[in-house]
Write a new protein. Structure first.
Length: 80
C-alpha cells in the first residue's frame, strides 16, 4: 500500500520474521520511501536472529514524524 502511494505509513510493533517483511520493504525502498526498525536503525536481513522487533515504513517526508510518534508511544507504555 505504501509503495503504491495508497497509504502514507505502515508500522508494526509486534515482532515479525525478516522473511515476512523483506519483499514489501524492498518495494517501499524502491519507490523512494523509508523502512526501519522501531529504534530507527536500518532494516537488515540475513542476520543471525531473523526476528525483528517491529517495522516502520512510509514515504520519505514522514519518517521523522512517524519515528517521533512511535517513540512517544513506547515511552508512554513504559511509564504505565
Amino acid at each position: 500500500m505504501v509503495s503504491a502511494g495508497l497509504a502514507d505509513v505502515t508500522f508494526t510493533l509486534v515482532p515479525k520474521h525478516e522473511w515476512d517483511v523483506a519483499a514489501g520493504s524492498a518495494l517501499v525502498l524502491s519507490a523512494g520511501g523509508f523502512v526501519c526498525r522501531p529504534d530507527a536503525s536500518d532494516l537488515r536481513c540475513n542476520q543471525k536472529n531473523p526476528l525483528l522487533p517491529g517495522l516502520l515504513a512510509g514515504g520519505p517526508l514522514l519518517g521523522e514524524e512517524l519515528l517521533a510518534a512511535v517513540h512517544q508511544a513506547v515511552l508512554t507504555k513504559r511509564t504505565q
